[in-house]
Design a protein around this ligand. Structure first.
Ligand code: PLP
Length: 411
């Protein structure tokens, strides 16, 4: 791809905001389960794409683990050590089930500190053994750099061994803001072995429609998914998406930092056996992840998706009436009834006259916490900084309306 991403300013077919009111009785008690949210009624946290807040159940699980069973996993034989080992093994199975793994006997879960380490582990410990001289891989250049740099580094490692691989860009389509399956099908050749993709774009909020990749690339190509922005926000089904690797960060899915994982389907290419001795597992983080996944299952990721998408649409709908702001990403997806694309709880914008960090300071003076900068986008991403508003289950339409009211005063 050349230039920056998905932009189509010509089509704007908007409707008025319709909030899914049926979800309000469902959301209210869930919001009350987040102590940091209820404990700060004057603040509005709108930076969940960076890291999410934790419900009481997760905090409680951490305390329970640390006060009843804290020990090293996989080493001792006394009850606390066994409980810790069981926690790690049980959480592996829980992750498979959460991802709707249709064949858990033939998949593995490797715990990591997050998505970055997960993707890097695939790039370092698996990809080089899979590729031979002349092979091609396809990767995104305008998504998060955690899903670009490891693949570029793998090429360097292979080059040093005398193995040349070609990296192609995963094509985006400007008319809808997701990946372009037709352009991908044209780009795929007999030497294409691997595609890295992102489930939900961390700047534009677009669902990248990765379920269309398999048909475009055929049955033998390995697909690796960055699920940093989808895990905990919407259903992630490895069966539905037909992918081979999924990397995610626990801290964005209501668990503690340092508690991510890579799920690997062990049916294409060499087995994924992360090399090196990784030492003591992050059992506290894993305890938090187990509790977070239970909480999310109970709450329903399908409803969380509807809720956060509705919040994002409410924000874009309000912003498009304010001439001072430019919303990044595909403009057609701003339509409330858009069947083309929707934003999964993330909206990023610029003020035409006020810099992003200044706007961030102004917004915080009104209690709003948002992300401001270039958002770690890959080399083909936006070149100037912007303000990202990202939501989770604890945010409310009233918070979005208050934010819009403040933004309106800066027109
Ligand atoms: N991929 C995407 C799409 C992200 O949004 C992020 C973080 O914002 C990452 C990867 C990296 O996640 P982490 O810093 O938890 O490793």
């Amino acid at each position: 791809m050349t230039g920056t991403i998905p932009r189509d300013h010509d089509e704007r077919d908007h409707d008025e905001a319709a909030f899914p009111d049926d979800l309000i009785p469902w959301q209210r008690p869930l919001r009350a389960m987040f102590p940091i949210i209820t404990g700060h009624p004057d603040l509005v946290y709108l930076d969940s794409a960076a890291t999410a807040q934790k419900p009481q159940a997760v905090l409680q699980a951490v305390e329970t683990y640390l006060t009843t069973a804290n020990a090293n996993a996989g080493r001792g034989t006394y009850p606390w050590a066994n409980a810790s080992t069981e926690l790690v093994e049980r959480t592996r199975e829980q992750i498979k089930s959460f991802l709707s793994d249709p064949d858990p006997e033939r998949s593995t879960v490797h715990f990591t500190s997050g998505t970055t380490e997960g993707l890097r582990t695939v790039a370092q410990d698996w990809l080089p053994a899979f590729l031979t001289d002349g092979d091609e891989i396809v990767v995104p250049f305008a998504d998060h750099q955690a899903n670009l740099i490891p693949w570029l580094d793998a090429r360097k490692v292979l080059e040093a061994q005398g193995i040349g691989i070609r990296i192609r860009e995963l094509p985006y389509q400007t008319s809808s803001g997701d990946y372009d399956p037709d352009a991908l099908a044209r780009a795929v050749g007999p030497r294409t072995r691997f595609v890295a993709a992102t489930h939900v774009h961390h700047v534009y909020g677009a669902d990248m429609n990765v379920q269309r990749i398999r048909a475009a690339v055929g049955p033998d190509v390995v697909i690796c998914l960055d699920a940093a922005q989808s895990m905990g926000h919407l259903p992630v089904s490895v069966a539905g998406l037909d992918v081979d690797f999924v990397a995610f960060s626990g801290h964005k899915a209501l668990a503690l930092p340092g508690s991510g994982a890579v799920w690997a389907r062990q049916t294409r290419g060499p087995r994924f056996v992360p090399g090196g001795w990784s030492g003591t597992p992050n059992t506290t983080g894993i305890a938090s992840l187990a509790a977070a996944l239970d909480w999310l299952r109970e709450a329903g990721t399908d409803r969380i998706e509807r809720w956060t998408t509705a919040l994002a649409l409410r924000l874009t709908d309000g912003l498009r009436h304010l001439g001072a702001y430019e919303i990044l990403g595909c403009q057609r997806s701003l339509a409330l009834d858009s069947r083309i694309q929707h934003r999964c709880g993330i909206v990023t914008f610029r003020h035409r006259g006020i810099g992003a960090s200044d706007l961030g300071f102004i917004l915080f003076s009104h209690g709003f916490m948002v992300r401001t900068d270039g958002h770690c986008q890959g080399s083909a991403g936006e070149k100037t900084s912007s303000v990202r508003v990202s939501t989770h289950v604890y945010n409310t339409p009233e918070e979005i309306d208050r934010l819009l009211a403040v933004l309106a005063t800066l027109e």
